[in-house]
Ligand binder design. Structure first.
Ligand SMILES: Cc1cc2nc3c(=O)[nH]c(=O)nc-3n(C[C@H](O)[C@H](O)[C@H](O)COP(=O)(O)O)c2cc1C
Length: 416
C-alpha cells in the first residue's frame, strides 16, 4: 500500500521527505517544532510574525519594552503614524531568531521562515526588506512568502548574495494570484522554487472571502497544475489545508504534488509553541466550536475557536509596543473600531469590540485561537486521560504518522 514515504520532494540533488510543517504565527510553529521537522528529513517553518516578542521570549532581549518606552508619550493618541519600528532592531531580532534556530538544526531536512506581507509594520516596504534580507543573512534555508500577493518581494532581495541559492516560495490560493506573482518574478529571471497552494480549510488567515466554503483545494490545485504544465514550468506544487492523514497526502502526491503542507495536527504536539492549556482547547474542540470570522484587522477572514478570548475583547490598542498591522500611515482597522466603542460608551471602563480585534496583543498573549477546519478531529488522534484531558503527542509521532500510515489510519500515541 502506498504511503508518503514512497515519494520524495527534489530540490536539485537534495531529496526530502515530502512533508512541510506550515508556518504558524506567533511562535506556534516554534523553533522546537521546526527543528524536529528538519531532523526527520522534511521541511518545517518558523515564522517571523512579531519577531521582537519571539526574541524577547527566547533570547533574553527587551525589544518590546524598549519600543513601548520610546513611544509611551503617544499611547493616548489615535494617530500612530509616528510609531515606527527601528530597522536595526528588527534586523537584530530576526537575526537572533533565525540564527538561533539554524545553529541548532540537525538532520537532512530544511528550515524555512514564513513571512507575511500583511504585517505592514507602519512601513511596509522598508520593514519587509529588512525581514527578508536578515533571514537570508542569518542562514535560513528558505523563505515562504505568505498573506499577500508579494509582487515586490523578490525585488527586495534581488541584490542579496543568497537570492539565487536560498529556496524561495509563495503561498497562493488562486491561479490568478500565482500568475501575477510569476509575471513579476520572470522579470528578475528568478522563478519560485515551490508554490504552496492553500485551500479554504487551512488555519490562520484565509486567502478567500467569506464565501470560502464555495472553494475546494483539489480544484484549485488541478487548475494550477494544468497551468504550470501548459507553460512548461517545472515548479513543485505543495497543497495545504485540510490534509489530515497520510492517505490524504498520498492522494495529492500521486497526482503530481511535490509535497504537502500540514499544520493543524502539529498544534497538539509538545513542540508547538501554544501553552498547554490552549492545546487542550484545540484537542477538545467540536465542529461547532470553530468559526471563520472577520475580526482580523487585516481584512482577511480568519478561522478560530469561538471561545477565543480575543473575540469581543476591548483591549486598548497597543501599537506603541507592537504595531505590526499599522498600514504605513499609522492606521489599523482595530483602532477605528475601538475608538467608535469608546465614543459610544462614555465613562465606561470596560468596553467590548465585536467586529475587530487587537490582533497583535491577542496573538502575543495566545488569546486568538486560530486553527484549521479539522481541529475538531484532533481528539481522534490521541487518547483521553482519566482526568478528561488529552494526551499530547510528539512531533515525531505526528510526522511519522503522516509519513508511513496507509488506509486513512491514524496511529494513536503509546500509552502514557
Ligand atoms: C494555528 C495556526 C496558525 C497559522 N498561522 C499561519 C501564519 O502565521 N502564516 C501562514 O502563512 N499560515 C498560517 N497557518 C496556515 C498553515 O501554515 C498551513 O498552511 C495550513 O493550516 C495547513 O492546513 P492544516 O492546518 O489543515 O494542516 C496557520 C495554521 C494554523 C493551524
Amino acid at each position: 500500500m502506498t504511503c508518503v514515504d514512497d515519494f520524495r520532494l527534489r530540490f536539485g540533488k537534495k531529496e526530502l521527505v515530502p512533508i512541510v510543517i506550515g508556518g504558524m504565527g506567533v511562535d506556534i510553529s516554534a523553533r522546537a517544532l521546526a527543528l524536529e521537522g528538519a531532523r526527520m528529513g522534511g521541511i518545517a517553518h518558523i515564522s517571523d510574525a512579531m519577531v521582537h516578542t519571539i526574541s524577547d521570549r527566547h533570547y533574553d532581549t527587551r525589544f518590546v519594552s524598549q519600543k513601548a518606552k520610546l513611544y509611551k508619550y503617544n499611547a493616548a493618541n489615535s494617530d500612530k503614524s509616528k510609531v515606527l519600528f527601528d530597522l536595526g532592531r528588527l534586523a537584530e531580532a530576526t537575526h537572533k531568531h533565525v540564527e538561533g534556530t539554524m545553529q541548532a538544526k540537525r538532520g537532512e531536512g530544511l528550515i524555512f521562515i514564513n513571512c507575511m506581507e500583511k504585517l505592514t509594520m507602519n512601513a511596509p516596504r522598508e520593514t519587509l526588506r529588512v525581514r527578508l534580507r536578515s533571514a537570508l543573512d542569518a542562514g535560513i534555508d528558505g523563505i515562504t512568502l505568505s498573506a499577500g500577493l508579494h509582487l515586490g518581494s523578490f525585488a527586495l532581495m534581488e541584490d542579496h548574495p543568497r537570492f539565487r541559492d536560498a529556496k524561495l516560495g509563495i503561498i497562493v490560493s488562486s491561479l490568478r494570484a500565482l500568475q501575477l506573482f510569476l509575471r513579476k518574478s520572470a522579470r528578475l529571471n528568478r522563478l519560485p522554487d515551490y508554490v504552496i497552494v492553500e485551500g479554504p480549510l487551512a488555519g490562520g488567515h484565509l486567502g478567500f472571502g467569506m464565501d470560502w466554503a464555495k472553494y475546494d483545494l483539489r480544484t484549485i490545485v488541478a487548475e494550477i497544475q494544468h497551468y504550470l504544465r501548459t507553460e512548461k514550468l517545472n515548479i513543485p506544487l505543495i497543497p495545504a489545508g485540510g490534509i489530515f492523514t497520510g492517505t490524504d497526502a498520498v492522494s495529492y502526491l500521486e497526482t503530481g504534488a511535490g509535497a504537502v503542507q500540514v499544520a493543524t495536527r502539529f498544534t497538539a504536539t509538545h513542540e508547538c509553541g501554544l501553552p498547554e492549556k490552549i492545546r487542550q482547547e484545540y484537542l477538545k474542540a467540536s465542529e461547532d466550536d470553530i468559526e471563520v470570522n472577520m475580526i482580523s484587522p487585516t481584512g482577511y477572514p480568519m478561522r478560530m475557536l469561538k471561545g477565543s478570548p480575543a473575540i469581543g475583547a476591548g483591549t486598548r490598542p497597543n501599537c506603541e509596543a507592537y504595531g505590526y498591522l499599522l498600514d504605513g500611515s499609522g492606521n489599523c482597522a482595530y483602532i477605528v473600531a475601538y475608538n467608535r466603542e469608546v465614543a459610544a460608551h462614555p465613562g465606561q471602563k470596560k468596553i467590548s469590540v465585536m467586529d475587530k480585534t487587537c490582533l497583535c496583543t491577542a496573538m502575543r498573549n495566545f488569546d486568538c485561537w486560530t486553527c484549521g477546519h479539522y481541529t475538531y478531529r484532533l481528539k481522534d488522534t490521541t487518547r483521553q486521560l482519566p482526568d478528561g484531558s488529552y494526551q499530547l503527542l510528539s512531533a515525531e509521532h505526528v510526522f511519522h504518522d503522516y509519513q508511513f500510515s496507509t488506509d486513512n489510519k491514524i496511529a494513536l500515541p503509546p500509552e502514557p
